[in-house]
Structures are given as C-alpha cells and as structure tokens.
Design a protein around this ligand. Sequence first.
Ligand SMILES: [Zn+2]
Length: 441
Amino acid sequence: MSGLDDMKAALEKKLDERRAIHVERTEKESADFRAVLMSGIKIPPPSELTRRVDALGSNWNKTESVLPRTTGLVEISGSAGLKKIDETFSQLFELHSFYSTDRLAYPTVYSTTLEDFYTPMLESYDVSQTTLQEIRNQSVEEAKIVAREKGGGVWGYNLPGKGAYLNGWLFTYNKNIPPLEALSNPELAPKIAVIAIHEKLGHGFLAAYSTLGEVKTRLGLDRIELAHRFGLREAEDPVSSLRTEQHSLIFNASQFLEEGWATWLETFMGVVLFKFGDHPNHSFKAIKAAINSIPEYVPQRKEIVDKLLASMLTIFGEYRVSPEDLLTATLTLEAMGGAFQDELGQPLRYAIGERMMVQAAQNLGPLCVPYAALIAANVTFDLASLGLSDLKHLLTSDPRLNPNARLAAISRLQLTERNNVRELASRASEELNFSIPPEIK
Ligand SMILES: [Zn+2]
C-alpha cells in the first residue's frame, strides 16, 4: 500500500472508533435516564419542588464558611514551594493531632516533558520496557492531539505513597513559557498548586488515610481508575475483568466523596492560601440549570428532571430525612454522575460532591471536613470472598456501607461546637451508627 492508502486506512479506523464511542455514549445516557426513572425517590408537589429548590443555599454565609482557624498567604513559587502546601494542609486541618503526617511525605514531581509525566504511571503497571516505550509514545501523541483540539488533557495524577505528578508540558502548552519558569509565573503557579492540591491532598489523602483508600490500593482498583483516565485498556484476563467490575461498583458508590472532597479542597485552599479563584466551584443555581437542560425529546423528561431535583432537596434541604432516603437520593444522582460536563465545566458528581462538602463545612466547621471524608470512607469490603452481586447489593441497599450516602448523612449533622472533630466522631457514631476510624474517636 502507498503511504497515502495507509493514512486513509488509519483515518477511517479513527472515524469508526469515534462512531462506536458515540453510539456507546448515547446508549449509556439512555441507560442512565432509565436508572433515574426506576429510583424510588419521593417527589414533592410541583409548586413546592420549585420553591424549595430555588431556596437552596440562600441562607449560606459564604465568608463565615470559608474561614479556617489559621490563615496566611503561602509563597509557592519554585518547586520547593510545592512541598510547603503539604505542611500548610497539615497545619490548617490540624492533621498531626490525630494522625502521623508521614503518609503524605512523598514527593510532588513537576514534569517538564510529556514523556517524564507518563513514565511513573506506566512503570507502575509492571510491563516490559518495550511495551512501556510503545504505550508511552502512543500516549504522548494522543496527549498532543487532545491538547491541540480541546486545550486540555490530564493535568496531574497521584500514585499513593509514591508521588504526585504534574504535567508541566500541559500547563505551558501554547504559552511560550518554558515549563520550569511556570512555577514562578504569578498566573500559572497557583494553577499548578491547585492541581497538586486536588491530586495529592484530595485523592492522595483519601488513599493514604482512609479504610476505603487502603482497600482500593491493595486491590489495584486505584490503578484501574488511572488507566481509565489515561484511556488505557487493562489486560482482558478473568481476574482483571472481575477487578474492573468491582472497581466500577465501588467507584460509583464513592465518587461524590472522592471528587467532592478533592474539588472542595482545591478551591478552599486556593482562596485561603493564595487568594486564588473562587470557592466553591459549583452553585445550586448552576446545577439546577444543568439538570433543566436535559433536552425535550428525552422520553419522560419531566419525571427525570423532577427526580433529580427532588434528590438534591433530600440531600441539601432542611427537612428531616431518613438514611434510606439519602441513599436513594445519592443513587439517583449518581446514575447521572458523569453527565453535564459541558454545562457545569465538570461532571455532575463533582458538583454534587462539592456541595456536600460545603454543607459539611457549614454544619461541622471547615476543620472537620477532612475528618467527615475519612468517616464517610471508613468502610471495608472483603472483596476476595464477596461475589459481584453481593457487593452490588451491599452498596445499594445499606446506607451505612455506601460512602456517598454516608457523606450525605454526615454533612447534615449539626455540631454544638463547630470544628470539634471529637464531637463529630461521637455524633456520627451515636446518631448515625457509623463506624469511626480509631484515631479520631
Ligand atoms: Zn479528581
């Protein structure tokens, strides 16, 4: 074949792949809608639903909720500055009072080339050098296309206990600034810091300090997640596919917690430490508008919209609700968790999760937020002996075993003394009957 034919064949293959992805996506969306319709969430009368959804967040005092116990601007320029963020995080949330801070004592690595950025992630998969180079070359080429076409890509990732890696190439893409200089650039340095916060102190903190994180790391579920983010396929042997299934069940049951915590923290610390950006990222108004943007042609559209809005009310409204109601509400919203990226700038699960953390900061005090996350993630599953359908049953029927539903319930507790972690622990144990990590009891 001539070079031209090769190119044509390659292009056609790419087009076919894109078509397949499109069909897959549409099918997935209608499955998500069906899941929402099947949920048993109670919908208030129409006028009450609108009035109560409109009132969400109106009594929120922004300044008071953002205020931590200690504050002070942090100088983050230069790669040494990235280390300071970990220390400031520990101080801000008084981590040393409960846990050893050592678990965060692994490096934050700023890569100046795409090759360097991909290498640690690929090396963690234990593949041969040849395969590694092959996948890396392919990933680098794909990353360039995504950056060119969408102006984005993977900004950073965390390998629990090993390193948090930042994509210096992407931060300076099309900017005419050498990657290393970005670290002292007044506009780019805070953006880089915020990604480090999201990856290492958001996801990395949960991986290092929570029971769920320990389970995920031990079974390699966090690496399956990483492979998905980088668009890599895992080996198709029975063990891997079982792991992938387990992963997707646990992933769905903990995304409000994971992304909510990481998203809340990144803007909270951004504002507190370097007066950067806005906190929080997501408003109820924007979430409501996103839900209302479901197109008219979707069958039973009104019922889907109402169920999603009613679920929001259950989690964020002021009426008393049962743990079972909170579980139904989180499952209903999670069915659409990956949607609304265009409307919200992030998928729905980031927005709902962040609002749960905002609610926790309001009711418990900001200092309690990481500990609320650890209590929510204080669940463990014996995945070696638990079948897939048993695991699914546990995660969708018992509010005390579903991390998202646990977070929803914890965020609604009202402490007598805000910012008191011990009170949070005893109230979550007594009123919600939740297991509590021994360190904060
Ligand atoms: Zn994240």
